[in-house]
Write a protein that binds this ligand. Structure first.
Ligand code: C2E
Ligand code: MG
Ligand code: MG
Length: 436
């Protein structure tokens, strides 16, 4: 159509951000003048980064060209589509009769972009998420409507991608809450608002405490206690997980020196921390400073680590195991559960997620079958299994019968402050710190 500008982005030959913003301003002005509605859609590709990282930028660029071709087809000459940058695209609908049209367009974008692509002899699968807003209702100017669609897109990604979300005013409230949390979290370390609690992990046969999992706690003076399930993802997004994770690791290693020398400490490590090559040095330093021997430290990672190939996380895991540190696979069964990485990475323990324990104890056949299969798999690979979240005797008996080697859960102990954990070993003398 007439106002589609020629592009200065040679890669996709689509209009750029500036051109889109101008077109959007114009559409909003027209909508106000003639008392109709316009719409703005933002789309972000799911899993594009993984492809770019593993197969290289050249393949990534070719893929983007194909994405642009498909978008052009979806828009025909009815709508203006352009590229914001990276793997973000946007569409302007100058006039809509019904919000259903936005829904339909978003749906076509998601389904078209999700079909497989043939690039350089590879068959590639990506997905798309879409956020949208309606003008002038959700934004009286281009900048505001852009921000509204962006909040909706953020929501769509947050729900796992592959979906369309429309803007609603509540999204501003969510974003605001997150912003407040992030600001407060930036000061949490220096203001000593973090502490660790320790939950016993017992041997399923003997009931002896074999180790503790360290779990971080944050108490903010006004917000009160904030759950790690809530603030760890915020810390990851805000690049705060590296300093927080380092503090957790150092604190946990030091505390473990107050326990008997055969009791281990487990520390949760987020995938984000493993994308930093410096992490290996941090682990070495935490061990050296505390004097803890490497075989007493166990790092817990989740399956999400393997979804980020190309970030070097697997090499970092190798280096960490080279130090003699153990690795366990946390929350097993809740993620992608692709079994390939189980044979590639020498985990010492697979932790079976609480959800399976709970439902298996209610005799749900699928969960029982899954636990049995995981135990068998772990045994044949020479790995231990920990049943997570065991709360009562029925569950203890069940996981024992199924052959899990370790148990963790409220039944044997809740996460407790450091001094309570120490008190479980009354005869323990403080160990001499290794020099250096
Ligand atoms: P996780 O690593 O799977 O930790 C186990 C969670 O289950 C803990 O929740 C623990 O309190 C809870 N739990 C243990 N036994 C039971 C039980 O019998 N019943 C029930 N209902 N729950 C039980 P918490 O402490 O709220 O931590 C939540 C998640 O936050 C952790 O899951 C972990 O993924 C993350 N997290 C905690 N501390 C850290 C940390 O220092 N670093 C990182 N990166 N993540 C952390
Ligand atoms: Mg854990
Ligand atoms: Mg877990």
């Amino acid at each position: 159509s007439s106002d589609v500008c020629s592009s200065d982005l040679p890669l996709t030959r689509l209009p750029n951000r500036l051109q889109l913003t101008e077109a959007l301003s114009k559409a909003i002005a027209q909508a106000k003048q003639h008392n109709h509605r316009c719409a703005f859609l933002l789309s972000d590709l799911d899993r594009f980064k993984a492809i770019n990282d593993t197969l290289g930028h050249q393949t990534g660029d070719k893929l983007l060209e194909k994405v642009a071709d498909r978008l052009r087809r979806v828009c025909s000459d009815q709508y203006l589509c352009g590229r914001i940058g990276g793997d973000e695209f946007a569409l302007v609908m100058r006039e809509i009769e019904d919000p259903l049209q936005v829904e339909q367009l978003a749906h076509s974008i998601i389904s078209d972009l999700s079909l497989p692509y043939e690039v350089d002899q590879h068959t590639l699968y990506i997905g798309a998420s879409v956020g949208s807003g309606i003008g002038p209702r959700d934004g009286e100017d281009a900048e505001t409507l852009f921000r509204s669609a962006d909040l909706a897109l953020y929501r769509a990604k947050d729900e796992g991608g592959g979906v369309h979300r429309v803007y609603e005013p509540m999204l501003h409230a969510f974003a605001e809450e997150r912003r407040i949390l992030e600001l407060a979290l930036r000061e949490a370390l220096e203001k000593n608002q973090l502490h660790l609690v320790y939950q016993p992990v017992v041997n399923a046969r003997t009931g002896n405490v074999e180790g503790f999992e360290s779990l971080v706690r944050w108490t903010h003076p006004e917000l009160g206690p904030v759950s790690p399930a809530k603030f760890v993802p915020v810390a990851e997004d805000a690049r705060l997980i590296a300093p927080i994770g380092e503090w957790v690791l150092r604190t946990a290693c030091m505390e473990a020196m107050n326990w008997p020398s055969d009791v281990r400490v487990a520390v949760n490590v987020s995938a984000e921390q493993l994308s930093n090559p410096n992490f290996v040095a941090v682990v070495m330093s935490a061990l050296a400073q505390s004097g803890l021997t490497s075989d007493r430290l166990e790092l817990e990672v989740t399956e999400s680590v393997f979804m980020r190939e190309g970030t070097g996380a697997t090499q970092i895991l190798e280096q960490i195991m080279g130090l003699g540190v153990r690795l366990s696979l946390d929350d097993f069964g809740t993620g992608y559960s692709s079994l390939g990485y189980l044979s590639r990475t020498r985990f010492s323990t697979i932790k079976i997620d609480r959800s399976f324990v709970t439902s298996a104890a209610k005799n749900e056949p699928e969960s029982l079958a899954i636990i049995r299969a995981v135990v068998a798999l772990a045994q044949s690979l020479g790995m231990a299994t920990t049943a997570e979240g065991v709360e009562n005797e029925t569950e203890v008996e069940m996981v024992n019968q199924l052959g899990c080697s370790k148990i963790q859960g409220y039944y044997f102990g809740r996460p407790m402050p450091a001094d309570e954990a120490r008190a479980l070993f009354p005869h323990q003398q403080k160990q001499a710190r290794a020099a250096g």
